[in-house]
Ligand binder design. Structure first.
Ligand SMILES: [Zn+2]
Ligand SMILES: [Zn+2]
Length: 147
Protein backbone atom coordinates (compact mmCIF):
# COMPACT_ATOMS: atom_id res chain seq x y z
CA UNK A 1 0.00 0.00 0.00
CA UNK A 2 1.54 3.29 -1.08
CA UNK A 3 0.97 6.25 1.21
CA UNK A 4 -0.68 9.35 -0.25
CA UNK A 5 1.22 12.58 -0.80
CA UNK A 6 -0.74 14.06 2.12
CA UNK A 7 0.35 11.21 4.40
CA UNK A 8 3.92 11.55 3.20
CA UNK A 9 3.91 15.30 3.80
CA UNK A 10 2.61 14.80 7.33
CA UNK A 11 5.35 12.22 7.90
CA UNK A 12 7.87 14.69 6.47
CA UNK A 13 6.78 17.38 8.95
CA UNK A 14 7.10 14.87 11.79
CA UNK A 15 10.56 13.78 10.63
CA UNK A 16 11.72 17.38 10.29
CA UNK A 17 10.74 18.03 13.89
CA UNK A 18 12.46 14.81 15.00
CA UNK A 19 15.62 15.75 13.08
CA UNK A 20 15.57 19.29 14.46
CA UNK A 21 15.14 20.80 10.98
CA UNK A 22 13.24 24.05 10.67
CA UNK A 23 10.05 23.34 8.75
CA UNK A 24 9.85 26.05 6.12
CA UNK A 25 7.40 26.54 3.28
CA UNK A 26 10.36 26.24 0.93
CA UNK A 27 11.40 22.86 2.32
CA UNK A 28 7.88 21.51 2.26
CA UNK A 29 7.40 22.67 -1.34
CA UNK A 30 10.63 20.97 -2.44
CA UNK A 31 9.73 17.72 -0.70
CA UNK A 32 6.23 17.72 -2.20
CA UNK A 33 7.65 18.40 -5.65
CA UNK A 34 9.69 15.18 -5.44
CA UNK A 35 6.55 13.19 -4.58
CA UNK A 36 4.38 14.93 -7.17
CA UNK A 37 6.91 14.47 -9.97
CA UNK A 38 7.09 10.75 -9.23
CA UNK A 39 9.71 8.40 -10.63
CA UNK A 40 13.30 9.49 -10.12
CA UNK A 41 13.53 13.25 -10.61
CA UNK A 42 16.78 15.21 -10.92
CA UNK A 43 17.38 18.37 -8.87
CA UNK A 44 16.88 20.39 -12.09
CA UNK A 45 13.42 18.91 -12.60
CA UNK A 46 12.53 19.53 -8.98
CA UNK A 47 13.78 23.10 -9.31
CA UNK A 48 11.65 23.71 -12.42
CA UNK A 49 8.54 22.57 -10.57
CA UNK A 50 9.25 24.42 -7.31
CA UNK A 51 9.98 27.62 -9.24
CA UNK A 52 6.35 27.74 -10.41
CA UNK A 53 5.29 28.11 -6.78
CA UNK A 54 8.31 30.02 -5.45
CA UNK A 55 9.62 32.09 -8.39
CA UNK A 56 12.48 33.62 -6.36
CA UNK A 57 14.06 30.27 -5.46
CA UNK A 58 17.48 29.38 -6.93
CA UNK A 59 18.79 26.03 -8.14
CA UNK A 60 21.52 26.26 -5.49
CA UNK A 61 18.89 26.52 -2.75
CA UNK A 62 17.06 23.49 -4.11
CA UNK A 63 20.34 21.51 -4.14
CA UNK A 64 21.19 22.63 -0.62
CA UNK A 65 17.82 21.50 0.71
CA UNK A 66 17.96 18.19 -1.15
CA UNK A 67 21.33 17.48 0.45
CA UNK A 68 19.91 18.42 3.84
CA UNK A 69 17.07 15.92 3.25
CA UNK A 70 19.53 13.23 2.15
CA UNK A 71 21.74 13.79 5.19
CA UNK A 72 18.72 13.60 7.50
CA UNK A 73 17.41 10.45 5.80
CA UNK A 74 14.21 12.16 4.60
CA UNK A 75 14.97 11.35 0.97
CA UNK A 76 17.07 8.75 -0.79
CA UNK A 77 19.28 8.87 -3.82
CA UNK A 78 18.62 6.41 -6.63
CA UNK A 79 22.26 5.34 -7.02
CA UNK A 80 24.91 6.14 -4.50
CA UNK A 81 27.82 4.94 -6.58
CA UNK A 82 27.67 6.62 -9.98
CA UNK A 83 25.90 8.99 -12.29
CA UNK A 84 24.07 12.22 -11.64
CA UNK A 85 22.04 12.86 -8.50
CA UNK A 86 18.52 11.46 -8.88
CA UNK A 87 15.99 11.28 -6.08
CA UNK A 88 13.55 8.56 -5.12
CA UNK A 89 9.95 9.73 -5.09
CA UNK A 90 8.96 6.25 -3.91
CA UNK A 91 9.87 6.24 -0.24
CA UNK A 92 9.11 2.54 0.27
CA UNK A 93 12.04 0.11 0.09
CA UNK A 94 12.09 -1.19 -3.48
CA UNK A 95 14.24 -2.59 -6.28
CA UNK A 96 14.99 -1.23 -9.75
CA UNK A 97 14.60 -2.52 -13.27
CA UNK A 98 17.05 -0.52 -15.37
CA UNK A 99 16.98 -0.38 -19.18
CA UNK A 100 20.51 -0.81 -20.53
CA UNK A 101 19.43 1.05 -23.69
CA UNK A 102 17.97 4.33 -22.47
CA UNK A 103 18.92 3.98 -18.76
CA UNK A 104 15.30 4.47 -17.70
CA UNK A 105 14.56 3.21 -14.19
CA UNK A 106 11.39 1.41 -13.22
CA UNK A 107 10.54 0.65 -9.60
CA UNK A 108 9.93 -2.97 -8.66
CA UNK A 109 8.17 -3.46 -5.36
CA UNK A 110 10.05 -5.34 -2.67
CA UNK A 111 7.83 -8.43 -3.13
CA UNK A 112 8.69 -8.68 -6.84
CA UNK A 113 12.13 -10.04 -5.97
CA UNK A 114 12.99 -13.07 -3.85
CA UNK A 115 14.39 -11.97 -0.52
CA UNK A 116 18.11 -11.33 -0.89
CA UNK A 117 20.73 -12.01 1.73
CA UNK A 118 24.46 -12.35 1.92
CA UNK A 119 25.63 -15.97 2.10
CA UNK A 120 28.78 -14.96 3.91
CA UNK A 121 29.49 -12.50 6.63
CA UNK A 122 30.08 -9.04 5.23
CA UNK A 123 33.73 -7.96 4.87
CA UNK A 124 35.30 -7.10 8.21
CA UNK A 125 33.97 -3.91 9.71
CA UNK A 126 31.00 -3.56 7.32
CA UNK A 127 27.48 -3.18 8.57
CA UNK A 128 24.71 -4.04 6.11
CA UNK A 129 21.85 -1.54 6.03
CA UNK A 130 19.54 -2.96 3.36
CA UNK A 131 19.57 -4.97 0.17
CA UNK A 132 18.63 -3.42 -3.13
CA UNK A 133 18.60 -5.35 -6.38
CA UNK A 134 19.15 -3.82 -9.80
CA UNK A 135 17.79 -5.92 -12.63
CA UNK A 136 19.06 -5.03 -16.08
CA UNK A 137 16.91 -5.32 -19.17
CA UNK A 138 15.48 -3.53 -22.17
CA UNK A 139 12.37 -1.40 -21.93
CA UNK A 140 9.65 -2.02 -24.56
CA UNK A 141 10.86 0.91 -26.69
CA UNK A 142 14.51 -0.21 -26.68
CA UNK A 143 13.57 -3.87 -27.17
CA UNK A 144 11.67 -2.90 -30.34
CA UNK A 145 14.67 -0.99 -31.68
CA UNK A 146 16.90 -4.05 -31.15
CA UNK A 147 14.80 -6.25 -33.42
ZN1 LIG B 1 14.99 1.77 -22.84
ZN1 LIG C 1 13.10 3.93 -7.36
Amino acid sequence: MTASIEDRSAEFRRQCRAAGLALTHQRETIFRAVLELGGHPSPEKIYARVKRQIPAISLATVYKNIHTFLDAGLLREVALHHGPLLLESNLEDHHHLVCVGCKSILDLEQEAVEPVSLRRRPPAGYRILRHQVVILGLCPGCARKKT
